[in-house]
Structure formats: C-alpha cells, structure tokens
Design a protein around this ligand. Structure first.
Ligand code: NAD
Length: 246
C-alpha cells in the first residue's frame, strides 16, 4: 500500500512508543516524514529506522510542542524542506501523577501545555499551510472517558482534546481538512509501564487489555489517509474492547 506517496506527515512525540510506530507505518506507505520530539538527540537517532521502513525522505526536529513559537518554526521548517503538508499526528504526551490536593497550577499548566495546547498549536499552523485533503489525527486517551486517581490534569487535557477535535473538524470542513481523534487504551510503551497505578496493580491490566503501538499506528494511518475521506470529527476508541464490558 502506498496511501501516502508524495505526501508529507508530521508526527509529534516520534522518538519512541506510539509516535515512532506511527512514523514507521506512514513511512511504509510512502510518506515523507517530519519527526518531532522534545528529545532532539533521540528523535534524530530514529531517522535511519524510519527511512528503512520506506520513507523517501525524513527530517527530525527538536521541539517543545507546548511552545507556540517552536511549533510555528517546526511547521515552517517542514514547509521549507518539503513544500507541502498533508498530515499531522498530535501524539506528544505528558502524564504526571499526584493526589489532587498536591497538584499546583503550574503542574496543570505543564500537562495542559503539552497534551492540549501542543495539539492546538499544530492544528493552527497546519490550517495555514494544508491544502484540501489534509488530515489531522489527535492522540487522546480512554482517560478522556473514564479515569483513575492521581492523573486529574492528564484526564482533563485528554477530554478537552476531544472537544478541540470537534472544533477543528467544524472549522476545517470548509478548508477541506479533516480532524479526528483516537482514544487508545493501554498500549505497551514506557508511558504505560511508568504509571504508578499500573505498577502497583491498582489499575488492573490483563494481557488482552494491552495493545501494541502498531495497533494504534494502523488506525492513525487509516484516519490520515483518503480511505477516511468522509470521517470528520470522529473520536475512535481503540482499546481492545476494554471499555465495552461491565
Ligand atoms: N501508552 C499508553 O497506554 C497510552 C494510552 C492512551 C494514550 N496514550 C497517548 O499516546 C501518546 C504517546 O504516548 P506513548 O505511550 O507512546 O508515550 P511515550 O512516553 O513513549 O512517548 C511520548 C513522547 O512524547 C514526547 N514528548 C513529551 N513531552 C513533549 C513535548 N513537550 N514536546 C515534544 N515531545 C514531547 C516524549 O519525549 C516521548 O517521545 C501520548 O499522547 C499518550 O498520552 C498512550
């Protein structure tokens, strides 16, 4: 399949986990890739693997997605290098853990800055450059729907991301740009295993509850492709059925 031949995609949080799997999947379908991450050295080091998957070209950019000017500079650099932008995957994420009464306003701002504003800044800049046919995929979480103790700002940011998805879908429609969201369940990445609720067993996970980064990457590729041409403003849970049961 080469659904992304001649197309250019930006993936944030691409140094590992779901972001790297997504970059590799889009590369395997012919996309030229812009890999974005806070950890510039680590994301640079991923370039050979992404090229090996089939991307005709790829570049890496160090960028803190919570900083509007850095996002603008990153999108401008992608446009200068490739001259077009077809897909943006807002995947960079930050999860912090504290009891509600110990979280500060600064803690909240840090999480909202990455998980919500980071996506907004990329959508804003993508809208300036994308031609009709462009697609944005926001990586939210099942925490947008049901959550647990110690993660209040993360759950709030991921829920707000669904609202942002609907706003971008409505306003993008007249530009021919689609915006959709994925709500992953538990996915085998460092973020999952660093969660103290998972480590302690408070959040109980059976093996069948845990998916692979590639399971999400496949759905991102669908939503970013023309196969999803009539999918606009959708919020798709991809959790192996975990939330479906009582
Ligand atoms: N793993 C899961 O179980 C799970 C479940 C639901 C949703 N998600 C979401 O999927 C996305 C990817 O998570 P993952 O599990 O692959 O985690 P991960 O920790 O492996 O990857 C997150 C990436 O984001 C980058 N990042 C963090 N802050 C950044 C910033 N300010 N600017 C740019 N990059 C930044 C990190 O450096 C890292 O490479 C996140 O948005 C996460 O909330 C993950």
């Amino acid at each position: 399949m080469s659904r992304f031949q001649d197309k250019v995609a930006i993936v944030t949080g691409a140094a590992g986990g779901i972001g790297l799997a997504t970059a590799k999947r889009l590369a395997s379908e012919g996309a030229r890739l812009v890999l974005v991450d806070l950890d510039e050295a680590r994301v640079q080091a991923m370039l050979p693997a992404v090229l090996q998957c089939g991307a005709p070209e790829a570049m890496a950019a160090g960028c803190d997605v919570s900083q509007e000017l850095q996002v603008e500079a990153t999108v401008n650099a992608a446009m200068s290098r490739f001259g077009r932008l077809d897909a943006v995957v807002n995947n960079a994420g930050l999860m912090t853990f504290k009891p509600l009464q110990e979280f500060s306003g600064a803690d909240w701002n840090a999480v909202l800055g990455v998980d919500l504003l980071g996506a907004f800044f990329f959508i804003k800049n993508a809208f300036r450059h994308m031609k009709p046919g462009g697609a944005i995929v926001n990586i939210s979480s099942i925490h947008a729907l049901q959550t647990e103790a110690l993660v209040a700002p993360y759950a709030a940011a991921k829920a707000a991301m669904l609202s942002l998805t609907r706003s971008a879908a409505i306003e993008g429609k007249e530009l021919g740009i689609r915006t959709n969201a994925i709500l992953p369940g538990a996915i085998e990445t460092p973020m999952l295993r660093n969660n103290p609720q998972v480590k302690s067993g408070v959040e109980h996970l059976s093996a069948s509850d845990v998916g692979k980064p590639e399971d999400i990457a496949a759905v991102v590729a669908y939503l970013a492709s023309d196969d999803a041409a009539f999918v606009q403003g959708a919020c798709l849970t991809v959790d192996g059925g975990r939330l479906a049961g009582l």
